[in-house]
Design a protein around this ligand. Structure first.
Ligand code: B12
Length: 211
């Protein structure tokens, strides 16, 4: 079992999409849980890729190829994470903030939230404050979930929180923030309602605040 998780991780790092799909399927058929595949193979693989990029062993193309391999695995896991709740708990809007095109983490958050019974509106990547505000006005979500992966785009996160405040909508939504460079300290500084370092933590916070 352990070696299957290692094989998935290695195949993602090497960007071998077909292999990733085959081994993930094999692992699921063999009884490995989707959550373990996600947390013990796929996410650690992205960390390895990030380290290799930092040390100059990988360049942008290798990082893109690995990300595409990871993307192929997510739809296979999605049905295994969904719990088939009939009554949705609450609505959440999720997006990667302006200037940032990273969406793997945001997509995992979306998947886990849906699996936990939330209705999720996904605004995609590079999302402006105006787009969030428009969606809050039109859809009245309970949660606004902001994702950022680049240190510089954390500033967009701050601006989005400020804009929601200035639009007079702060009391209507709860704002959650996350993404690799984001910290609890930063979340406190910008006045977000919660921070979590993974998608599971995001769901736990939403559950806590919905209860
Ligand atoms: C894959 C990747 C890419 C892919 C993205 C593909 C895609 N579709 O997303 C590609 C190749 C396109 C890419 C491009 C770039 N990248 Co890049 N990328 C990465 C890499 C390797 C992995 C990111 C990832 O997917 N991690 C896995 C996911 C699952 O983790 P996560 O996003 O953190 O999400 C989890 C939690 O944080 C949390 N979470 C996420 N969102 C939210 C939201 C809420 C509300 C909550 C509660 C929780 C939560 O839950 C998630 C699941 O558990 C990272 C390295 C790293 N270790 O982070 C670099 C990295 C983020 N990239 C980096 C850079 C520099 C870039 C580029 C600028 C490179 C360039 N020169 O063009 C461009 C960015 C262009 C842009 N404007 O966005 C740097 C950022 C440096 C910095 N500190 O600012 C990093 C850190 C690499 C490095 N070591 O230097 N990248």
């Amino acid at each position: 079992m352990g070696s299957e998780l290692e094989r998935i991780k290695d195949a993602v790092v090497a960007g071998k999409r077909d292999q990733v799909v085959a081994i993930v399927q094999e692992a699921l058929n063999g009884g490995l849980s989707a959550t373990r595949i996600m947390t013990e193979s796929l996410i650690p693989a992205m960390n390895v890729v990030g380290e290799k990029y930092s040390t100059g062993e990988f360049f942008l193309p290798q990082m893109m190829i690995a990300a595409r391999a990871m993307d192929e695995a997510l739809p296979i896991l999605r049905p295994h994470l969904a719990q088939g709740n009939y009554k949705k708990k609450a609505k959440a809007v999720v997006g990667t903030v302006q200037g940032d095109f990273h969406d793997i983490g945001k997509n995992i958050v979306k998947m886990m939230m849906e699996g936990a019974g939330y209705e999720v509106i996904d605004l995609g990547v590079d999302v402006t404050a105006d787009a969030f505000i428009k969606t809050i006005r039109n859809e009245s979500p309970k949660f606004v979930l902001l994702s950022a992966l680049i240190t510089l785009t954390m500033d967009s996160m701050k601006k989005i929180v400020e804009a929601i405040d200035h639009a007079g909508l702060r009391g209507k939504v709860l704002i959650g923030v996350g993404g690799a460079p984001v910290t609890q300290k930063f979340a406190n500084e910008i006045g977000a309602d919660f921070y979590a370092d993974d998608a599971h933590g995001c769901v736990s916070n939403c559950n806590r605040l919905t209860a």
